[in-house]
Structure formats: C-alpha cells, structure tokens
Write a new protein. Structure first.
Length: 667
C-alpha cells in the first residue's frame, strides 16, 4: 500500500481510506437489510460521522459484523447509551402508538411462550403456529397449555420500546436519597455518557453485553484509520479496550471466550486481527495506519513492524499491570463482588480510581462500563449507582433477571426463591435475581428470622375451616385490582396467662387462622369474579363468629353493601397514610415481640410466608412507603395487618362461655 505523504496524513486521520471502510456495495447490502437508506448514517455526512461508523444495532445484528439478534432490553440499553454519539444519532426509541409489528419491541427476537406477540392479533397466524409448534417440541409448556394458547382469543399485547421502559423499570430506587430508575433513564435519552452502570440480576446476559461493547469500541478505533494521530499518541503505544473481572477464570470464561468466538465468526474481524495475537485473554487489531507502516518498513528491509495498535484485553482486579496502559474503554465485570476489606487485593474503590485516571488522556471519548448484580450498599458500585441519579454523564439501568433476559421466565426461578426461603431469608434472591441492593433505601419491613419464628409457633396448626364457637374472629379483605389478587385473612386474639405486659395485664396473642386468595386468569386476562368472593365471605360468616369484616376502601362498596344487607358487620377502612402506618406498625410489633402465630400447614401457608418476607419499606426523600418487592404481592400482609389491628383495638374476646386455651392445638 502507498505510504501517505506528510501533507495527506492529517487527511488520513479524519477520512479513512474508503477501501478499508465501506464500499457502495456494502452500503447497499446494509440498506436492504434494514429497509432504509443508510448511506448518510455510514459516513456521507462527514460533520456528524467523519469515520463512517455504523450504529451499534447494525454492528451487532448485521451478518457483516457480529450477526447476533438482540433481544429487546439489550437493544434498548445499547441504543440509549450510544444514540447521542457519532454514527448513532439517527437511532430512536420506538414509541409509535400505531400497532404495527415492525414497531413492536419483540419482533424478530426469538419469541417464546411469554412473548406478547403470541396473543397479538397482528402476529402472523402461520408464524404464531410455527412458534407454538416449536414450544410444543421443546416441552416448555404442558400440552393443555399449548392447546389453550392455540384456541384462546388473541388479544393485543403490542409493546414498543418506550412501553418496556415504562413497564419494566421501577419508579423508585434503592438510593438513600430516593429517585426513580425509570425517570432517570427517560430524562437521559439522547444525551452523551461516559459511564454506564448496569444493575442486572444473574443470568441476565451481562457478559454478552460486555462483549458487544468491547468489540464495537474496537471497531470504532479500527475505522478511524490512524487513531494514534487523532489522540496525539505514539504509534508504539497500544490503545487498550480493557475488560476487568474479579478473577482470571471469570475474565476468560465469561467474557473473552464470547469475544473470541465472535471475532472468529465475523467477516469483518477475521481480516482485522493480527495473526497469532488471539490469545486466552487478549487480541490485537491492525489499523489502516499500522498496515501502511508495516508495508513501509518491509519496503525498507527493516525487521518486524508494529504488532497492531488496538489491544483488546481481559484483566483481573487484583493486578496493577493494566492500570498504567493507554485505556480508552474500561468494562468492570461483576463490580459489586470486588469489595475487599482484608487487604488481600486491590479494593474496588482503588481499582476504579486508578482506571478512571488512566482514561483521561482520551478527553470525551473514553467510556467506563460497570456491570454487576447488586449486593449490599458497601462499595464503589453502589456509589456509582447513587451518582447516576444526579450526574447526567452517568446512565444506569436496573432490571431483574426475568425482565432483562426473555429466555428466563419468572416461574423458572421459583427454585432459587424456595431455596432462599428454606434458608430463613430471601436476601440472596432479592440481590441476585430481583437486582435490588440490600441495606439501602428499600429494606424488608419484618426480619426474616421473626417471620420464621411466627410459623414455627404455628407448627402444629393447619388452616382452620371452622371457627371455635367460644371465640370472636376478625376478617380483613383486600379487593382485587383488574390484574391483582383478591385476598382475605381471618384472625383471633387470645390472652397468654404466662406473659405479662408492661401494664401487668396478660399479653394478647394474635392467631392467623385462615387465608384465602383468588387470582385473575393470566391466560385470558379475566379478572377475579367478585360475586364468587362475596359468596365465600358470606359462607365464612356461618363457619366463624365474625366480630368485624373490614375492607380496603378500594373497589369495595358493592361488596360491603351486599354483606350489610345480610346483617353482617361489614365496613370500609379509610386506608389513609396514617391508617396504613398504624396497621403495619402494629403488625411489625407483633412479630418483634413474638405475639403472632401463623398456621404452617394447609392452603396458602407458603404464599403467606413469601409475601411477608418480600414486604419492604421504601424510603423516598422525605417519607417512606410499604409495598411488595418488585414482582411480588402484598395482599396477604395487608389483610393480616388490617385484621390484627381490628382485633387488638376494637375487638372483644367472646366471654359468653369459658375460654379453652388449648383449643388451638393441632396434632
């Protein structure tokens, strides 16, 4: 190749040789694949894209580069992170209200049974039948479920990318000062960032995202032609795209093995990496300037030329060797697990600071990507998470596993949840799957150990189907929303003759006797039949001596009137902020003081334990609220809290007959 003259070197820096960039034929192929003219996007507009970079989505999905079909959240994350940069400014977040399959976030993304398109009337019938056949052959669903899907009335579940942002991202956070994850993302769409913080559950595909970013940044440097001149660097100093993991095995297995496979299968990278440089944890790429320098040296009879100016390296967090390199991109994988308190290796804070300083030579072109499932609020990863709510150059996404990865359904993770419950807590599940920090602004309302003790006290009890005629009972009902459960709980109070309160009276113990839940039909979207619930409650009044039947104020007027006409003591609670605080404060006191007993065997015992353990208090800037963790329900705790509060404050133990303290024993 011809060596550039001094007068053309600057031009070569800004305008790479088009033979090594994009031919008109290549532009035509990409335009046909995307269904639009991308010539302007690929470099004809020199002011906005002087190096002719393709956008990140084309790079990932085009068979000319990586040929990998992105699922919706991979695409959204990459779009928002890059769409303010050169070569990507034409990207848009899909927000078209018109229901066309081309606008649906799920189109072409490996549809499975949980895909919205399976019940979408816009989804082509033959394609839908083909997918159902594939699901049937893979045994993902039982045969009756397949038939139900095949015969159901298809309903529109169209989702564009903005729909997913609004539904999957939480409108709160684990930051101490509060904030909304959703609003943090929406407010930053179209801006330019130097930090990307991904708080994702395990098996979310974090390592795959890391691989896409590392290779795209390498591609951008290659297409600059002579990036060393652009950044005023010596040609002998490599420009490093660095991935850092907690251990050497993790750096190799989770990230670089994916990178290596993509390089070997990419028509683009096959011609760009230096022969013999593809090692276990590193690879070098030639730039156009490298090729010209080597050709010039060869023509002069000089020995070995440059090795390749772009260096993609996977390192470890316990080594100082990489922090002094000319690093333009840093990807820190599983950052939350790098917290070190024993001095055995470089701490996460120290590593971050050294790497942050090593990228400053690249002005506004550097990027730091921090990826991990969350742990506690200790460490640099949590500090970056909090910073994202105040710093416009920090973009952050927080998603549980089953939302970030469409290949994993929430039901598939039940074993992980049950294992955590058996250990006496759900902290691991909340951190690793729900992707929530523990010890931050969202904490369990009731300690898991106290919940376990309440169920152990009820170890000899089953759900009671008929009450003791010597006892008065209290019922609280949580009516259903259109997509939520309808639940009730029945409790009673007994005095413990062996325990005295501070006032010298016998302590009053709350017994949870009966829990019932009705759930909407997920397959058809049919809500709970309220008349069925009303009939059940009326029947309970014949089996339990009910002193009160209280309802949340939401959607309950009709049921209250129905029961009142039958002469039953039904009423609505105000359910104001003060009332909610009162009933949950009472519930928390009952658990902390060991004054609540919950049946351990029978219908809905497991669901009751789970909902109590996933009940959280969430702190905002000035106040806090009580609600279920993301993806869970709080209807049973609400019912137990409401019924217990009534039993302790307004209910009276029936004294017409002698009390039998042993009546609650079940063998």
């Amino acid at each position: 190749m011809r060596k550039p003259t001094p007068n053309t070197k600057t031009q070569q820096t800004i305008k790479p040789d088009r033979e090594t960039s994009f031919s008109s034929e290549l532009v035509k192929m990409i335009s046909e694949a995307r269904g639009s003219d991308v010539s302007k996007e690929l470099g004809n507009d020199k002011s906005s894209n002087p190096f002719g970079w393709v956008d990140i989505i084309t790079f990932c999905e085009s068979p000319l580069y990586l040929g990998h079909t992105l699922h919706p959240w991979q695409k959204i994350i990459l779009k928002v992170f890059y769409m303010g940069t050169r070569g990507n400014r034409h990207l848009k977040i899909l927000d078209d209200p018109e229901q066309k399959c081309m606008n649906c976030a799920w189109t072409g993304n490996g549809l499975r049974d949980e895909s919205p398109c399976l019940r979408c009337p816009l989804y082509p019938k033959e394609m839908r039948e083909k997918d159902l056949k594939r699901i049937e052959e893979s045994f993902l669903l039982e045969q009756e479920d397949i038939e139900a899907l095949r015969n159901c009335e298809m309903k529109s579940k169209f989702q564009n990318e903005m729909d997913l942002i609004n539904t999957d991202l939480i409108d709160e956070s684990d930051a101490r000062a509060g904030g909304s994850v959703r609003q943090q993302v929406i407010s930053k769409i179209g801006k330019v960032f130097n930090h990307l913080i991904l708080v994702l559950g395990r098996r979310s595909g974090k390592s795959l995202l890391t691989s896409f970013i590392c290779l795209y940044e390498s591609y951008k440097l290659i297409e600059m032609g002579d990036p060393h001149s652009y950044f005023n660097m010596s040609p002998g100093d490599p420009i490093v795209v660095l991935n850092v993991a907690a251990s050497e095995d993790q750096a190799k297995d989770s990230v670089f093995d994916k990178v290596k496979g993509m390089i070997l299968n990419s028509p683009y990278f096959k011609t760009k990496f230096v022969p013999g440089s593809l090692q276990k944890r590193s690879v070098r790429f030639y730039t156009h300037a490298d090729i010209e320098r080597n050709a010039d040296l060869e023509s002069q009879g000089v020995g070995a030329g440059v090795e390749g100016g772009i260096y993609l390296l996977s390192g470890t967090s316990n080594s100082d060797s990489q922090v002094g390199k000319g690093v333009i991109v840093v990807v820190i994988d599983e950052m939350a697990s790098m917290v070190s308190k024993d001095g055995s290796k470089m701490s996460d804070k120290e590593l971050y600071e050294k790497l942050r300083h090593s990228v400053w030579n690249f002005r506004q072109d550097f990027k730091i990507i921090c990826i991990s499932n969350p742990l506690t609020t200790d460490g640099q990863f949590y500090e970056l998470y909090e910073e994202s709510f105040f710093n416009d150059q920090y973009l952050m996404f927080q998603l549980p596993t089953y939302k970030a990865n469409p290949g994993i359904r929430k039901e598939d993770l039940d074993k992980d949840k049950q294992a955590s419950l058996r250990k006496g807590g759900i902290t691991d599940y909340i951190m690793h799957i729900e992707a929530r920090f523990q010890g931050g602004a969202s904490n369990p309302l009731i300690p898991a150990s106290h919940i376990d003790e309440a169920f152990e006290r009820g170890d000899r009890m089953r759900r009671m189907e008929r009450g003791n005629p010597t006892q008065m009972y209290h019922m609280h009902v949580d009516p259903a929303y259109s997509s939520d459960n309808y639940a009730l709980a029945i409790v009673h109070v007994e005095e413990d003759p062996y325990r005295r309160s501070d006032y010298g009276e016998n302590e009053r113990i709350v017994y949870v006797d009966h829990v019932q839940i009705w759930a909407p039909d997920k397959a058809t979207g049919t809500p709970v039949d309220i008349s069925t619930c009303d009939t059940y409650i009326a029947d309970c009044s014949r089996r339990f001596r009910l002193a009160s039947i209280t309802y949340d104020q939401w959607n309950s007027s009709g049921s209250v009137q129905f029961l009142q006409k039958m002469g039953l003591p039904a009423s609505q609670t105000p359910f104001t902020s003060k009332y909610i605080q009162d009933i949950y404060s009472t519930l928390l006191d009952l658990f902390l003081q060991g004054r609540i007993v919950i049946y351990k065997h029978g219908d809905f015992a497991i669901e009751t334990m789970e909902q109590l353990k996933f009940l959280q208090q969430r702190f905002n800037r000035r106040t806090f609220s009580i609600a279920a963790a993301e993806g869970h329900h709080d209807d049973i705790p609400s019912c137990i809290a409401g019924a217990s509060f009534m039993a302790l404050t307004k209910g009276q133990t029936y004294k017409g007959l002698p009390k039998i303290q042993t009546a609650r024993i079940r063998w």
